[in-house]
Design a protein around this ligand. Structure first.
Ligand SMILES: *Cc1c(COP(=O)(O)O)cnc(C)c1O
Length: 494
């Protein structure tokens, strides 16, 4: 290409090649040696600010090669590495390397996947990705949907479709304040915080949420659900939707989706499944029964950046009748010339969700689905679950540990020294102190869960790099750290 305009932002072919090759070399070494690094460096915000320096916006530009080499160093050596084989915090997976390449490619072509005309191939790839995700979790590919930034957005998208479908039609013009009956949504106490954001942001208010208690197995109590709905109907409320959780954040428990769907049918409510974490496990025959009823869902949220190992960000909403998305999000401003060419219907994703301009996040999901395939995913997810079960067994057998829960790939457990076995308050303080010590130590990264009032350590394994050896090793790390913390606190109290 002969360049007529000289732009400071352009890179010529040779420069891009050189910097790109170097970057790829550096990334491949980073990935190859990730297990040799600490999971986290435990640096304080001020230490990091010092590293960055507090200079103001650069007046003049600097060579890209120099910037890239400095930046790889900053990120490789001062990040928390969730791709480390001993990272088990929250629900953040290791990221498929092909996803990194996909993001580079997607950014290079830079399609705007808001409208077909602006992203012809990318739009078709996103449509195919959505169909494959339907196949993956076992719902008919007549479901439609959209990729979004993550689980929160995926749940919001389903929530808004439910509101359009089940609230009085006039709320579009009159607003929610003019509904004559109070709108209600139902979910179990284990539901992720997205529901609170949703009812605040979308005008229902936090009092619209009916928090249904859980039964002994930590699933939504269906009897209480039904009596609550009946009671609301008798009191001039308008029930809209029930949220079933498929893999709760703390312990991985899947609600009884079949029973929830039956209730939704009886009372004509929208059935939404928050499967952000757990729903990919439906691909494993042994666990498929947990997701019975999934085909009845009006909408489903899932998170490819969790158990499909996509790099952040990638969430997805699937809707049984995608027309509900269009009814909710579509508008046709005069400045859009996105109408269809002939009979061949062009899908414009801006009509399916909250975003207008949209990046090509489908590419990394699409490529990983092909690189791994159904069988590959079944194996990866089964292995994560097996590792989690192994951790539970090791904790159960260890005289100083108490295994608390194990569902899908989440295990919770506690350190219980003999002399304090009956001191509940101390055990909570102790385990919290142990977690803090572990999180800053850099050898392993766990998070916490409060299970039946007990502060527990929690490992969620959505990590294709973790091996049995890692699980054995983390038991040693945890015991060594726990003994040290116990000694310190116990002595201070004595
Ligand atoms: C992770 C998670 C969310 C939130 O997803 P983000 O991707 O963090 O926005 C919602 N619900 C459940 C069940 C989750 O596991």
């Amino acid at each position: 290409m002969t360049k007529i305009r000289k732009s400071s932002i352009e890179m010529d072919k040779e420069e891009f090649r050189k910097i790109g090759y170097q970057l790829i070399d550096d990334i491949s070494s980073f990935i190859d040696s990730i297990d040799q690094k600490p999971v986290t460096q435990n640096e304080s915000p001020s230490q990091l600010q010092e590293l960055l320096g507090n200079s103001s916006l650069p007046e003049n530009g600097r060579p890209a090669a120099e910037l890239m080499s400095k930046t790889t160093d900053l990120l490789f050596n001062h990040s928390l590495l969730n791709g480390h084989p001993k990272f088990f915090g929250y629900i953040t997976s290791s990221a498929a390397p092909i996803g990194a390449l996909a993001d580079l490619l997607a950014a290079s072509v830079n399609p705007n996947v808001g409208a077909h005309i602006l992203s012809p191939m990318a739009t078709e790839i996103e449509k195919q990705t959505i169909r494959w995700l339907c196949n993956f979790i076992g719902v008919p590919s007549a479901y439609g949907g959209i990729l979004v930034s993550g689980g929160n957005m995926a749940n919001f998208t389903g929530f808004l479709a439910a509101r359009t479908a089940k609230a009085p039609q006039n709320i579009k013009e009159d607003g929610i304040q003019n509904t004559s009956n109070k709108l209600r949504v139902y979910c179990s106490k284990t539901t992720h915080t997205w529901i609170e954001k949703a009812v605040v942001l979308f005008g229902l208010g936090t009092k619209s949420v009916r928090w249904i208690p859980t039964d002994a197995s930590n699933k939504m109590d269906i009897k209480v659900l039904e009596t609550t709905i009946k009671n609301d109907l008798e009191n001039d409320c308008l029930p809209l939707m029930v949220v079933g959780t498929a893999g709760d954040v703390s312990t991985g428990v899947v609600d009884n989706l079949g029973e929830i769907s039956a209730i939704c049918k009886t009372y004509n409510l929208w059935f939404h499944i928050d499967g952000a974490y757990g729903v990919p496990a439906a691909i494993v025959p042994k666990f498929n029964h947990l997701f019975e009823g999934i085909k009845e869902a009006d909408s489903i949220a899932l998170d490819p950046h969790k158990w499909l190992y996509s790099p952040l960000e990638a969430g997805c909403t699937l809707v049984k009748n995608p027309q509900h998305l269009i009814d909710t999000f579509s508008s046709h401003p005069e400045y859009y010339n996105f109408s269809n060419i002939g009979d061949d219907k062009a899908q414009n994703f801006y009509e399916y969700g909250l975003q207008n301009s949209r990046g090509f996040r489908a590419l990394k999901v699409w490529l990983t689905l092909q690189q791994v395939g159904r069988n590959g995913y079944e194996k990866l997810i089964s292995e994560d679950i097996e590792l989690s079960e192994m951790l539970y067994d090791l904790a159960d057998k260890h005289p100083e540990l108490e295994a608390v829960s194990q569902n899908l790939s989440i295990t919770t457990f506690r350190y219980v020294p003999k002399e304090s076995a009956n001191n509940m308050e101390y055990l909570n303080t102790l385990n919290e102190a142990i977690l803090n010590e572990l999180q800053t130590g850099g050898e392993v990264f766990l998070s916490n869960a409060i299970v039946k009032g007990q502060y527990s350590l929690r490992a969620c394994i959505v990590n294709f790099r973790t091996s049995k050896k890692d699980i054995q090793e983390i038991i040693e790390i945890i015991i060594r750290t726990a003994r040290k913390v116990h000694l310190k606190i116990f002595q201070a109290v004595e």
